[in-house]
Design a protein around this ligand. Structure first.
Ligand code: CA
Length: 224
């Protein structure tokens, strides 16, 4: 599956490309509306992730122009605002779905899966890191033939770690992304990381969750 990402915030564009590559997709970023339109029209992409606010040409114009020229490539629009007006205009212009920033990797993959499923293309069903696979539908974590089910929170923590590849994710970041504004403390994060470590060991994976003091966690691959 080949996905075009049109987003001028380079950090976000690169993060999305990263998420997609971890989900075994090929992804390409461009940072300008006009360039994005040209690439999307090339027919080389199975779906387009398109920001609304872009230099050159805004996202609504890009999708309007794509449809006017007969392209039916699925478009997932990104909006920084939660305003209904923004979403309505995006959908009216011909986008298939929209997503509000910030978002989590599983949501992006789920929405793209829904869009491309409609076209009968390959689906984004799992994310991988080294020898482990995380099934986004069943929440099963597998290594070879071994597999274990993850609870809701374990799944969210694991998908953030896998989506970040080998980069460090802070405890605070996990706390706010997984537990939101709830009462949870850093002890909860530690507890879930410890559950995940046991499950990774249980399925015989070489992947370990390493603690970096004062910084947070990251996935590393250990060979015996
Ligand atoms: Ca933008």
């Amino acid at each position: 599956m080949n996905i075009l990402v049109v987003e001028d915030e380079r950090n976000l564009a690169d993060a999305i490309v990263h998420i997609l590559e971890n989900a075994s997709c090929h992804a390409e970023a461009c940072y300008d509306g006009r360039v994005g339109l040209r690439s999307a029209l090339s027919g080389a992409f199975d779906a387009v992730v398109l920001d609304v606010m872009l230099p050159g040409m805004d996202g609504r114009e890009v999708v309007h122009e794509l449809r006017r020229r007969g392209s039916s490539v699925p478009v997932l629009m990104l909006t920084a605002r939660t305003s209904t007006q923004d979403k309505v205009e995006g959908l009216d212009a011909g986008a298939d779905d929209y997503m509000t920033k910030p978002f989590e990797a599983p949501e992006l993959l789920a929405r793209l899966r829904a869009l491309t499923r409609r076209r009968g293309d390959v689906m984004l069903d799992e994310v991988t890191f080294a020898d482990v696979r995380l099934d986004l539908a069943t929440h099963d974590l597998s290594c070879g033939e071994a597999s274990v089910h993850l609870s809701g929170k374990e799944f969210e923590v694991m998908s953030i770690l896998m989506g970040s590849s080998s980069r460090v994710v802070s405890k605070q970041d996990l706390l706010s992304r997984v537990w939101g504004g709830s009462e949870a403390s850093e002890n909860s994060v530690e507890a879930y990381v410890s559950f995940l470590r046991k499950k990774l060991a249980h399925i015989g994976s070489k992947v370990q969750i390493t603690t970096l003091r004062m910084l947070g966690y990251r996935l590393e691959v250990f060979s015996e």
